[in-house]
Design a protein. Sequence first.
Length: 419
Amino acid sequence: MVMAGNEPGSSNALDVAKITPSISMPSVPVAEFPNVVLQRALLTFEREFGRPARFAAAAPGRINLMGDHVDYCNGLVLPMAIDRNTFVVGDFSGNSLIRLHSVHHGQTGVMADGGCSPALGASKWTEYLRGMVAGFQSAGIAVPGFDAVIDSEVPTGAGLSSSAALEMATATLLEALTGRQLDPWEKARMGQTAEHVYAGVPCGLMDQMAAVFGREGKLLLFDCESIAVDWREFPAGRVAVMALDTDIRHELGASEYPRRREDCERAARALGVLSLRHASLEMLAASVVGLDSTTQRRALHVVTEIDRTRKLVAALERCDWVQCQLLMKASHASLRDDFEVSCPELDAVVQVADEIGITGGVYGCRMTGGGFGGSCVALVDPGRIDALTSLFQSGYARRTGLKLSVLVTRPGPGAHRIL
């Protein structure tokens, strides 16, 4: 929720004219920031808009260790914020225009009417930002005109939730511009609404929650029904996380993703439960006649994936790598066969992982994210990173003829303001 006193018409409601200074404040020298992508964003802002950026915000991508396609079924998920961020830097424009420049796309979009109109001169990426501006306005928070540059370390379409990183970094910048701090849960919900309404992706809340609530060295056990967050210690030093990017890109809004959600909702109605969180294997076995085979398989994935999430949390706490491998292998098989969101390239990565095995330093591997491309996540021996990188890349190239990008990551902090 928005903090008290932020209601439209209250004495604390913002006057845009009062929060739009006519001169820029002194900026921190760009070279003082250690992150080169942030440096590039700040330098790009000066080049594009002719002055230093006054504000800067960051939000991480996420990788999900277990629990894919169960967040919109009110299930349990186990993501972590990665140590790679999307940066949004900006300053007041001095008028009602919102100008947005993406380093990745090499485009500048301009939104008039206080962000109510689609951006001119740019592609769909601006809709995520427009959705966040609309969210602030719906909460009764006046958004001044501003200029912003977006740059990112989070690869797009790789299943690492670059969209949630963009949404939460934008929200954090808007907090700085408006002087209004959102409740973290409401901030995440606002990003989910932006996905639904402006990007056309009926996602759950996991990605935004991970981008907001991420903590250094912590996994995020998130209950999507109660919205309860339980941080669990990541066994650093005992295991490392690899994101293995297949170079196969997905467009969730135009894919089978919405259809999978409809399948799950149809299964819940047939079983007489509010969501598949409340379904069981016994209920599925008793409903063979009432569910078509496809819908039953969708439900089977959700029920078993929620159980695997609970078990993986316990296995990681014990550093039980045999159990981790079995659970992640079963998860990938379920996503491939029952939920049908894998692809040959993702399967090829998992096959390489199986060949290497626990004795070779791979403690589990599965696809992660929405599927139909993107990345796999692997738990690996931190002492064998270089050798495993080579084995994964050569094995994948041999099977597919494609290049596999390997990103080694650790749990990082959630969205935060830099300037």
